[in-house]
Design a protein around this ligand. Structure first.
Ligand code: GLU
Length: 281
């Protein structure tokens, strides 16, 4: 069905693992501009599931930085750590459908296994080796109350997954080759990013996901989850990544480009937004 200008619902989904930098700001600025152009609201989601890396002071800081930049959101912030029962409900459905399996292999095992190519520097899961998979149809152990093993989604081997990206055009990847069986739940009993984001984007009715193009490969995984859970997928707009002077992608360790560092040096929001507008023109 064609979308009308009034049914747009977007979201900003920062992870409170550090201070927001110019790269986040540009993606969020694009997300806000697309929502505004479609006269649709924009939600703010706090992706705080990584217990080791997320810190409460970064949650306050990211809200403060977004406000300083003039990026507004609609309604109360959604906090993923408060939605664990929703993610668990989706996991139970995947388990009942036999679409996941428990995995006791370490990340090292997966990386070391032959046929698990991994691009260095890419913050992504390596392709899960086929020989580590349980046989299709093997009886699944129960999930149990507290989960202490990783659970992975079994991707449909060899299937080509396709989508149209609103910026990058046609995208396609082969399941089992370009990406493999991926984590849906971690052995520390937390949902993976892939599962949590799909549950949230579906349950809040997000119509367009705007995020960095480093997540394109994750989009293929997420499309398989939307389908497995019987939910329509949103549209996707993957924004270009901001690179530093050496052509390296900005990371939270680029403290000099943190919004608060720029602010402390007297840079104004208007200057930052003018730079984004000039780069995008
Ligand atoms: N919190 C995720 C990130 O910062 C969000 C990704 C997404 O927009 O789905 O990478």
């Amino acid at each position: 069905m064609a979308s009308s200008a009034t049914n747009y619902l977007g979201r900003l989904a920062p992870s409170p693992t550090g201070h927001l930098h110019l790269g986040h700001a540009r993606t969020f600025w694009l997300a806000a501009a697309r929502a505004r152009a479609a006269r649709g609201p924009l939600l703010l989601r706090n992706d705080d599931l990584d217990r080791d890396r997320c810190r409460p002071e970064f949650v306050t800081a990211m809200q403060d930085d977004l406000r300083w930049l003039g990026l507004a959101w609609t309604g109360p912030m959604i906090t993923q750590s408060e939605r664990l029962p929703r993610y668990r409900a989706a996991l139970i459905r995947l388990h009942a459908a036999g679409l996941i399996f428990p995995c006791t292999r370490s990340r090292r095992d997966v990386l070391d296994a032959a046929g698990a190519p991994h691009e260095s520097g890419v913050d992504d899961e390596p392709v899960y080796p086929r020989e580590f998979r349980p046989a299709p149809g093997a009886a699944l152990p129960p999930l149990g109350e507290a989960i202490s093993v990783n659970w992975r989604f079994r991707v449909p081997e060899g299937e080509t997954v396709e989508f149209h990206d609103e910026r990058c055009g046609a995208q396609r990847a082969a399941a089992g080759h370009d990406f493999g069986d991926f984590l849906v739940w971690r052995k520390d009993d937390t949902p993976s990013y892939q599962l949590a984001t799909v549950v949230d984007d579906a349950e809040f009715g997000i119509t367009e996901v705007v995020r960095g193009e480093d997540l394109i490969r994750s989009t293929f995984r997420q499309l398989l989850l939307f389908r497995a859970l019987g939910w329509p997928a949103p549209r996707f707009f993957h924004a270009p990544l901001l690179l530093d002077d050496r052509g390296t992608r900005l990371a939270k360790r680029h403290d000099a480009l943190a919004l608060r560092a720029l602010r402390a040096r007297g840079v104004t929001p208007a200057e930052i937004l003018a730079r984004f507008a000039a780069e995008t023109a």
